[in-house]
Design a protein around this ligand. Sequence first.
Ligand SMILES: [Zn+2]
Ligand SMILES: [Zn+2]
Length: 426
Amino acid sequence: MTYFADLHTHTSASDGLASPRELARTFMEYDGLTLDEVLDALEPEAEFSAKLGLDNTQLTGLAKATRDVANHLRTVGKTDHNTLLGTEEMLDELRRLGARERGKRFIVGAEINASHEFQHIGYHSLHLLVYFQDARGFDLLARTEEEARDFVKALRDDHLDLFNRIIAGLNKSWLNEKRDRVNEHFKGQIPPITEEELKAQSKRRAAKSCDPSSIINTANQYVPLVQTDFAELLYARGIGQSPEKVTDDYFARNAVLYVPSTPNQLTVPTDEVLRELNRKNRRAKVRAEIGLAHPAGYVRAIARKIEGDGFYGRRGVGEAFNIVGSAIDTFARSGQIRFIETDYPGYRRKAASSTEQEMRQHLADLQNDREFTRISTLWARQKASELGILASGGSDTHSTEMTPRLGYGFGDLAFPDDKVDRLFQR
Ligand SMILES: [Zn+2]
Ligand SMILES: [Zn+2]
């Protein structure tokens, strides 16, 4: 019997929609998923195909494969951004639902923000994935409640300061530069904008936003800010006719207060994070197995940067594969990473659109995206085997309509569970 794993998931402890307990429940509900339920989950492809009168044999095939993955999902890894929050809740819920008795496994990890200077294109944000284990192994369900609690405590003692430093960095640089520019510009006219106000504004926006990716758990200390947060606060101080107008007049690209959010301002450099993690591993009780998240995602982003809108233009994609490839070479050859995330459904759905033309375009985009995912997965696996490093795989689910689903992505993820053990073998 082949079992599967999902080693990349988010909860409301960072920017996911589902709480850690809800994610645990989804994971446990999978056994017994029916074909109809899977077909439902594969909307909007099904709906579009039907409306366009397309043959849905392919879709049924996809749904069957998807159901098989979901029904044999054995291991889940929680990898919230720069935080270990929610670990106990998820573990507790899994235990309550009898995960241990049903042979399930739970790994605690994290996705860490960093920024790397890529060849030719300069700084670009980069995410590292870490999974934790100690001398007793990686599966937190394989130990008693008390042992698991001790593990999480030791994990925090060993690694939390690094996470906190990264969060502080994320909150600091772009925010401060932007706030200083705004306050300088309106000096003497209005009272200066404070950091506390910005945080409160960001949380207000997130709370009323219908975009689930911007729902931020107030427990998480990282507060992403956007241009409109500044615009709202300025408008509240009597500047401009509306927040939208303030955004257009002051914060639009190349407007007077526009500050590009270059990744090197936003994050701690990748080399520094890797050095710190590897240094800690030498004396930590709980060690971090370190890898690179979604290399295909950087290929996609860098190709867009090179190519502009024509993402699937050959020149940009080819060059981007080389640029990301050489970054992986550097990390792997210096022994700083142990794996790359080869299996990853790296695209987002767009909101459903109504006209036939839009639907056709949407379907074509999805097919192009699937093709890109197929090619980039093969490329990443090849890269890993060339360099003698390991492979990881996960959905990167945020439990929203637009993001991939736990375990099977958009129906094209099937990461075998036996590869998990290899990631942790020392
Ligand atoms: Zn990521
Ligand atoms: Zn992620």
